[in-house]
Design a protein around this ligand. Structure first.
Ligand code: FES
Ligand code: FES
Length: 151
């Protein structure tokens, strides 16, 4: 029975060790902020942090996260996360919302690694996060706004 740590809490899961992490998060831990989009690493809707780095939870098996820290949108905290979430609200980034937890997880990962990203850095980091509503311009502006706040 794999034991995994999600948002600081440890869980013994009665699941196959090769279950995708996304299934475990949504169906077994009921953390539904992380979305299923494509299932094949093409959309970024399922992005969570693994030891602080953005990863595609549809492509990682439960056995790969044993003894590591998984953070979902529900457990995101800290200065960078607050700045990103605040900028997202002020700039009214969200349209339908489906892709946005993945976008925010990626944006927080970017700003944690690169506190002053250029437009190209932002486009590059968020390239794999697809938004059907095309909120890309507001996402880029919100990342810049969060970076300003953190400077
Ligand atoms: S659901 Fe994982 S990348 Fe699309
Ligand atoms: S806000 Fe609708 S898919 Fe991105």
């Amino acid at each position: 029975m794999p034991r995994i740590t999600v948002n600081g809490q440890s869980h013994d899961l009665d699941v196959a060790p090769d279950m995708p992490l996304l299934w475990a998060i949504r169906d077994h831990l009921n953390l539904t902020g992380t979305k299923f989009g494509c299932g094949v690493a093409l959309c970024g809707a399922c992005t969570v942090h693994l030891d602080g780095e953005p990863v595609r939870s549809c492509q990682i098996q439960v056995r790969d996260v044993v003894d590591r820290d998984v953070t979902t949108i529900e457990g995101l905290e800290g200065k960078t996360a607050k700045a990103v979430q605040g900028a997202w609200q002020r700039l009214d980034v969200v349209q339908c919302g489906y892709c946005q937890s993945g976008q925010i997880m990626t944006a927080v990962g970017l700003l944690s690694a690169n506190p002053k990203p250029t437009d190209a850095d932002i486009d590059n980091a968020l390239d794999g996060n697809v938004c059907r509503c095309a909120t890309y311009v507001r996402i880029r502006a919100a990342v810049h706004e969060a970076a300003k706040e953190l400077a």
